[in-house]
Ligand binder design. Structure first.
Ligand code: DAT
Ligand code: MG
Length: 136
């Protein structure tokens, strides 16, 4: 069954010129792009997006980072799109958890600068797509 997930190429990924690399991997996997936009997130959008992490030690740095430069927001669609993109992304820590062959495992070194976001469940995907693409 086809489903949708919210993907971000975070500001570090845009700065490093990895937008094409990420999109190529999404497309090679067989997933489709349903929406794509380059934008700089305002604080309210970032705080909504990362609401589950409010109060954690890294929360303020995370919001500063995600609002610190342009990012690319995408809606990605296909069979099992939610876990399929999480598989492409790799684990949260690019060295300790993400294996080579994944986006984070191949290109990342630090947890904060882990290049991409992907929704972690159907509920998160629905919530996050509404935040970034309210008209979709
Ligand atoms: P994921 O992005 O893999 O879903 P998450 O939802 O647990 O991971 O955390 C959201 C982001 O917050 C993550 O991509 C990077 C940052 N982050 C998570 N844990 C962190 C930590 N211990 N120190 C610094 N940043 C962290
Ligand atoms: Mg998460």
């Amino acid at each position: 069954m086809s489903e949708r997930t919210l993907v971000l190429v975070k500001p570090d990924g845009v700065e490093r010129g990895l937008v094409g690399e990420v999109i190529a991997r999404i497309e090679r996997k067989g997933l489709k792009l349903a929406a794509l936009e380059l934008r700089t997130a305002d604080r309210a959008t970032a705080e909504q997006h990362y609401a589950e992490h409010d109060g954690k030690s890294f929360y303020n740095d995370l919001v500063d980072f995600i609002t610190g430069g342009p990012l690319v927001a995408l809606v990605v669609e296909g069979t099992r799109a939610i876990p399929a993109f999480r598989q492409l992304a790799g684990g949260t820590d690019p060295v300790e958890k993400a294996t080579p062959g994944t986006i984070r495992g191949d290109f990342g070194l630090e947890v904060q600068y882990n290049l991409v976001h992907g929704s972690d469940s159907a509920e998160s995907a629905e919530r996050e797509i509404k935040i970034w693409f309210p008209n979709l």
